[in-house]
Design a protein around this ligand. Structure first.
Ligand SMILES: [Zn+2]
Length: 193
């Protein structure tokens, strides 16, 4: 029955839905099962467009189903870990800087080291050394703690220098050039070999 008044139509529809909740749910479930392609991505797209609402409905559902999430994670731990690793890997390939920053933070915590550094701090330290190994002048591939964390070195930018992998391996946990047999660059302005 058509309504000229949209507000009356809205009220009629609302009361109809309230009075036929269960049979409508069956109908909707059947439609969804018959049209998986039209449902795919709907919730994901909606959640991306309504982040606040999506978080609230997810939280409400979790509250209404205690233990479900924990059981799901326990039953699918391997698959979930694999998915997270793939996601992390893609992020790392796109931009490794935050991963390096996290590694430095974690190691600093392990040794109770003082100091923090940001990705911008690190970039500045690398630029200071021309993005080259502070020891041999080759292209740097890692960030070195000049004084090793395990020997009380800090995580402040001043203790960080770019280093190449061979020098990093030779240096080990030594302090500065003391652990080296070969000469090291004494300062950023020292000539490259
Ligand atoms: Zn080197």
């Amino acid at each position: 029955m058509p309504y000229a008044d949209p507000e009356r139509k809205r009220q009629y529809n609302a009361s109809y839905r309230a009075a036929h909740r269960e049979e409508l749910a069956v109908y909707v479930a059947a439609w969804r099962a018959a049209n998986p392609d039209r449902c795919a991505g709907y919730r994901v797209n909606w959640a991306a467009a309504n982040p606040g609402k999506a978080a609230a409905t997810t939280a409400a559902w979790r509250d209404a189903h205690p233990g479900y999430a924990a059981a799901y994670h326990a039953a699918n731990a391997a698959a979930i870990r694999k998915r997270h690793m793939a996601t992390d890997r893609a992020r790392y390939v796109a931009d490794p800087a935050p991963f390096y920053a996290n590694n430095r933070k974690r190691r600093a915590r392990q040794f109770g080291a003082a100091g923090t550094n940001s990705a911008a701090d690190l970039k500045a330290r690398w630029a200071m050394w021309g993005d080259r190994c502070w020891m041999c002048g080759d292209q740097a591939t890692a960030t070195d703690h000049f004084k090793a964390l395990s020997r009380g070195g800090s995580n402040w930018p001043a203790n960080l220098r770019p280093i190449c992998q061979p020098c990093n391996s030779r240096k080990g946990v030594g302090v500065g050039s003391n652990a080296l047999t070969g000469p090291a660059r004494a300062s950023p302005s020292a000539p490259l070999r």
